[in-house]
Write a protein that binds this ligand. Structure first.
Ligand SMILES: [Mn+2]
Length: 247
């Protein structure tokens, strides 16, 4: 079995299909993983979710999935650059939303941990499984109480951090911020390789314990896969720029 991790797809279904061809994805042999932000800004969020769901992909939630959960519950209004209207209007919208709402925020395997944006500096390898369960329970509780997941600091952190200090405090803006703020992964000292997305401006980063896979497909750059078993990066170019880069 190969584990194949895909960076932020953001509605770029055609590029997702091309990337699956490029890695010669075989559902009988391989397992697909998405770092989240599979939806929004791009042209076909519903198509991306359908494909991930149908292929039995493991997906962690990104800030755009949390945003859709809030928009769908009418707790938030769509933003100007959002492309969630087609997803909201899809015939299978309820099925797709239920699938999204039941995904984890953190997915830890023996040697790899997947999260959308980043891990808190206080967390170590031996805490990750419990933390994954805790975050998932906190999200269920928030949804049950009609509360935005953004109100929960740890959920906001794992889906949106870029820079922080060694206590996990985030700067007011990250353009980039002065010391002591550093990219969150500067504080990761665990044994697991962290696979994440969320930081298109930083782009693909391959570090000793990091595979940051958001290479800005929706902004006209590339969609990236990391094949864990081969430790190999595979990219396909975006067919066009669907959105203006913001982060
Ligand atoms: Mn994101």
């Amino acid at each position: 079995m190969r584990r194949i991790y895909i960076g932020d797809i953001q509605g770029c279904r055609e590029e997702l299909e091309l990337l699956l061809e490029a890695v010669k994805f075989d559902p009988a042999r391989d397992r697909l993983h998405s770092v989240g932000d599979a939806v929004n800004r791009g042209p076909d969020s519903a198509g991306c979710l359908r494909l991930l769901k149908q292929l039995g992909a493991v997906m962690v939630l990104g800030n755009h999935e949390l945003h859709w959960i809030d928009v769908a519950a009418k707790r938030r209004h769509p933003g100007k650059r959002d492309t969630l209207a087609a997803l909201e209007a899809a015939a299978d919208r309820d099925d797709l939303l239920e699938w999204v709402r039941t995904r984890p925020l953190l997915h830890a395997e023996a040697d790899v941990v997947m999260v959308h944006a980043g891990l808190h500096p206080a967390w170590r390898d031996d805490a990750l499984a419990a933390k994954a369960a805790e975050l998932r329970a906190a999200l269920d509780d928030a949804i049950a109480r009609d509360l935005s997941p953004w109100k929960l600091p740890e959920i906001a952190f794992v889906t949106s951090v870029r820079f922080c200090d060694e206590q996990g405090r985030e700067p007011d803006e990250d353009d980039p911020p002065p010391p002591p703020f550093r990219p969150w992964d500067a504080f990761w000292s665990g044994e697991r390789v962290v696979v994440c997305g969320h930081w298109a401006r930083r782009g693909l980063v391959v570090g000793p314990k990091l595979r940051a896979l958001d290479s800005g497909c929706v902004y006209g750059k590339q969609l990236t896969a990391w094949i864990a078993e081969d430790d190999r990066i595979v990219q396909v170019p975006a067919r066009r720029a669907y959105s203006l880069i913001t982060a």
